[in-house]
Design a binder for this molecule. Structure first.
Ligand SMILES: O=C(CO)COP(=O)(O)O
Length: 249
């Protein structure tokens, strides 16, 4: 069972450089602590350098397939063999730009676990879905696709990240209360199937998290940390966010 623990994850998206790996890993190695997990998700070519720097490293996506004729795809086993530990599945940019369906995301989740990588399942509603009051329905369907394929027990060795699409890269963060409501909905939904598992699950919030708003977000009962985009590219901001997560779970 994954242990519920504070976690701050940095998703670099298609940004970063070898120089930034060096700068960021030096900064993170200074703030690391036993009470929390800090993980960075650089673009694929920077994964080996990040692993070598001593920072826990994940990939931003993974193929749902086993090795074969899939030009341009990246196999999970290779990532695992390199020393990666996590993988993001179902990030909203993968869902919207690369048309990944809930079912494809569930297949990627399965492949990640098959090779021993911990999937971080990203869920979240779009702006229009939020305006139409469909947040819970959308998030439930995204989680149900994994539960239907693999059973609820598969969530034991995973992390969930709630990232409302309207808050990503927009500077419009969900309020701590708004985010807490959705996090509680997610935990209660899973608790209805397995309460011990739900209590042990880390649920991260993502969407315009910065060093000014992180403390209040992480103070919420069901928010166990964050998945950070833009602010994970700046050492000062990212380490301040990491420090604000210490001792919150
Ligand atoms: O998509 C995100 C992390 O995966 C969030 O991005 P921002 O923090 O830049 O809004």
């Amino acid at each position: 069972m994954a242990i519920r623990k504070a976690m701050v994850a940095g998703n670099w998206k298609m940004n970063g450089s070898l120089e930034l790996v060096k700068q960021m890993s030096d900064a993170i190695n200074d703030v690391k602590s036993q009470e929390m997990d800090i993980v960075l998700f650089p673009p694929f070519p920077l994964v080996p350098a990040m692993i070598a720097s001593g920072v826990s490293t994940g990939a931003q996506t993974v193929s749902e397939n086993t090795p074969g004729a899939f030009t341009g795809e990246v196999d999970g086993q290779l990532l695992k063999d390199l020393g990666a530990t996590y993988v993001l599945v179902g990030h909203s940019e993968r869902r919207s730009i690369y048309n990944e369906s809930n079912e494809t995301v569930a297949e990627k989740f399965a492949r990640a676990q098959e090779v021993g990588l911990t999937p971080i399942l990203c869920v979240g509603e779009s702006e229009s879905e939020q305006e139409n009051g469909q947040t819970e329905q959308v998030v439930a369907a995204q989680i149900d696709a994994v539960i239907e394929k693999l059973g609820v027990a598969a969530l034991k060795d995973s992390v969930i990240a709630y990232e409302p699409v309207w808050a990503i890269g927009t500077g419009k963060t969900a309020s701590p209360e708004q985010a807490q409501t959705v996090h509680k909905f997610i935990r209660d939904k899973i608790a209805a199937l397995d309460s011990t598992l739900a209590q042990g699950l880390s649920i991260l919030y993502g969407g315009s998290v910065n060093e000014k708003n992180s403390e209040l977000l992480f103070a919420q009962t069901d928010i166990d940390g964050g998945l950070i985009g833009g602010a994970s590219l700046k050492a000062e901001s990212f380490t301040a966010i990491c420090n604000s997560a210490k001792g919150t779970v």
